[in-house]
Structure formats: C-alpha cells, structure tokens
Design a protein around this ligand. Structure first.
Ligand SMILES: NC(=O)C1=CN([C@@H]2O[C@H](COP(=O)(O)OP(=O)(O)OC[C@H]3O[C@@H](n4cnc5c(N)ncnc54)[C@H](OP(=O)(O)O)[C@@H]3O)[C@@H](O)[C@H]2O)C=CC1
Ligand SMILES: Nc1nc2c(ncn2[C@@H]2O[C@H](COP(=O)(O)O)[C@@H](O)[C@H]2O)c(=O)[nH]1
Length: 327
C-alpha cells in the first residue's frame, strides 16, 4: 500500500464528450444475472430499508438488500417477492441459528436470488463457513460477503465461494468503529477500494463514506461494481422511522446497525444515532443520482459506466470543495 487517499482527495479529469445529450449515457449495471438501473444499493440498515422500500426498489429496477434485523420475517418476505415475480435479496448473520435458516430455505424450496452475509469483520472463519454453507445448500443464490478492507480478505472470501465482496470497515456516517477500536478504512476508503479491487476477480461493492453523488463515479473509477449508501438515503418519506419537528425543521433518525438503538443493549457498540433533515421522496433522490451519474459518464468521454473505469484523475488533497457546500 503506497499513497492513501479518500473521496475528497480526488478529481476525475474530463475527456472529450461523445454524446449530444446526457440522456444518452447508460448508468445501468449487471450483477448476479440481473440488470439494475443504477450501480447503487441503499444500505441494509433498519432506518434505510424495510419491506415497502424493498418492493418499490425491486419493482422499479433498482438493486436492494433487505436487512437482517427481523429474522422471523425473512421467509415470508422471500415468498412475497417471488409471488410478485420479483427477485428476493436478503441478509444473514453468522450465528448458529442462521445455519438452520439456510437449511430451512432449501427444504421449503425458497432460494433468494441474493444473500448478503452482513458482518462487521468479514475476514473471518465464521464468514468463510457461512459462504460454504450457503453455496452447499443454495447454490443458485448469489452470495455477497463482507465487510472487508484488504486484498487478502477479498481473495479468501472469493476462494470460499463468495460471488462478490463488500469493502468498507469504518467509513460510515454513523460508524464509531474507527474511534472505538482504532481500525478500519475510514479516511482512506477510496484507496482501500483500489487496493482490494486489484486483487478481486469478482465484483466489489464499495460500502460507506459516500457523501456526494460524485463519490459514486469515483467509486466506479477505483474498482467498484456497485456502491452501498446509507446516510444519503436516510430521511426520505419512505425511510423507516418517525418524522418529527425540531426548530421548525422536519427530522428523521438514522442509526448504526451496531448502535445501542439497534442492539437494545450497550454491548460492543460500534455505531451511533443521528438525525437527518427530511429529504422528500426517495424516487427524487434516485432520479437525481441517475442524472448526476449520466453527467459523470459524459465527462468521462463515454456513454456507459465503462468510461468511468479508466478515466484519468488527479489528487487534490482535500481541496476540491474550497469551503463550498453541495447545497
Ligand atoms: N461496515 C462496518 O464498518 C461495520 C458494520 N457494522 C454493522 O453492524 C451490524 C452488527 O455487526 P456484527 O457485530 O458483526 O454482527 P453480530 O452482532 O451479528 O455478530 C456476528 C457474530 O460475529 C461475532 N463478532 C462480531 N464482531 C467480531 C469481531 N470483531 N471479532 C470476532 N467476532 C466478532 C459476534 O460475537 P460477539 O458479539 O460475541 O463478539 C457474533 O457471534 C452489522 O449489520 C454490520 O454490518 C458494525 C461495525 C462495523
Ligand atoms: N462501524 C459501523 N458501521 C456501520 C454501522 N451501521 C452501518 N454501518 C456501515 O455504514 C454503511 C453506510 O455508510 P454511509 O456513510 O453511507 O452512511 C453501511 O452500509 C454499513 O456498512 C455501525 O453501527 N457501525
């Protein structure tokens, strides 16, 4: 690992435009045999996604990953999505009961199209065993394993059978892993992504630290096939959780999956809660993301995401915002 850098340290360099309109640029991406409208997936967190949001995303051609925090509802969720002719994408952990859950899916004939193993420290024998268990019992499921932050981890999880790996330990907005343990990719997530992508032979999902839509294009440049986002998707009309008013502003909660609020106890807490301003309809944000990504593709001199993968860049050392705010 030579130089480290993060999203704010990089600017992509414009190349000659080959389209007459940004609408000609195609931001769709293929993953696990499906084509999705954007290389973006809302985080599998309880204040970001629920069954309604998952349904809306799947129906409209977006990728989603349902969280794993109401485990008893997962079978009904898979059945419901399949009855509607939609793909099912769920999360699992690595505790003992999850092994039985996978076996139950097999015996009842319910194979989710996507299964994400959602663990803080994904470079572990526990995750390797779970990948192997899923691949043995549900070989038709596309397995996403994480989270990791090194090439060794990517190689080991791929070797165990993972179809994609998720990179990002500690860059999240409600993450306190970096503060409580001293570990992670917080502050150098983009460099960690590049490091991991060089070792990967399968898709990588960049997870955490996305603060602007331009960071999505940068993630693609540094090796991501898909980008997982929490905070930018928090606070919408459809986001789970109460909306309340403070000082004339509408707010919504966003909390970490390893926070006290999620766990219901103060044990191994590595996440916090914050309040975000109410943002309106989720579809409006998705549409703006799509437009911004189409524009990014045009600046890269192409008409598909491929153009972003090889575009030139410079390091600007935290100066690109010049004190400006996005809005
Ligand atoms: N991306 C990120 O940076 C992070 C994400 N998270 C999110 O928080 C949620 C909870 O994660 P997690 O605590 O892993 O899930 P769980 O609470 O389900 O723990 C999974 C299992 O792994 C064990 N475990 C957890 N962390 C470690 C570790 N560092 N070393 C050894 N064993 C460990 C736990 O045992 P025990 O509890 O006894 O140790 C438990 O048996 C997830 O949704 C995860 O994505 C959390 C932190 C960082
Ligand atoms: N260290 C922790 N990381 C967490 C926790 N809950 C979720 N996450 C990770 O954050 C991203 C979202 O990041 P954002 O910058 O887009 O908001 C999410 O996908 C998880 O990987 C937590 O409690 N602790």
């Amino acid at each position: 690992m030579d130089k480290v850098f993060d999203y704010e340290d990089i600017q992509l360099i414009p190349a000659k435009c080959i389209v007459d309109s940004r609408s000609e640029c195609d931001p769709t991406v293929e993953l696990g045999g499906f084509t999705f409208r954007l290389p973006v997936v809302p985080a599998n967190m309880q204040t970001i996604i629920d069954e309604k949001v998952a349904l809306m995303l799947a129906k409209n051609g977006y990728f989603y990953i349902m969280h794993r925090f109401n485990p008893e509802t997962r079978l009904a969720f898979i059945q419901d999505m399949h009855e509607r002719g939609l793909y099912a994408s769920i999360s699992v952990g690595v505790k003992e009961e999850e092994y039985g859950f996978i076996e139950m899916l097999k015996s009842t004939g319910h194979t989710p199209e996507f299964i994400t193993i959602d663990i803080a420290h994904g470079h572990s024998n526990a995750v390797i065993r779970m990948i192997q268990h899923i691949k043995h019992h549900l070989p038709g499921s596309f397995v996403i394993a994480g989270n990791v932050g090194t090439p060794e981890a990517v190689r080991e999880l791929e070797h165990a059978g993972a179809d994609a790996t998720k990179v990002g330990i500690g860059p999240g907005k409600v993450c306190i892993t970096k503060i409580k343990t001293g570990f992670g990719t917080g502050g150098w997530q983009l460099a960690a992504l590049r490091w991991c992508a060089k070792a990967a032979t399968k898709p990588i999902i960049a997870d955490g630290g996305i603060r602007t839509h331009g960071d999505i294009a940068k993630s693609i440049r540094f090796g991501a096939s898909m980008v997982m986002i929490g905070s930018l998707f928090a606070g919408h009309d459809e986001s789970p959780g109460e909306t309340f008013e403070q000082d004339g502003k509408q707010l919504k909660e966003y909390f970490g999956s390893a926070s006290e609020f999620q766990k219901g106890e103060r044990k191994n807490v590595e996440g916090k809660k914050m309040f975000v301003e109410h943002k309106g309809a989720l579809q409006d944000t998705l549409t703006e993301m799509e437009q911004d990504l189409q524009s990014a593709i045009s600046y890269a001199g192409g008409d598909s995401l491929e153009a972003l993968r090889t575009v030139d860049y410079v390091m600007v050392k935290n100066s690109i915002f010049n004190g400006d705010k996005v809005y």
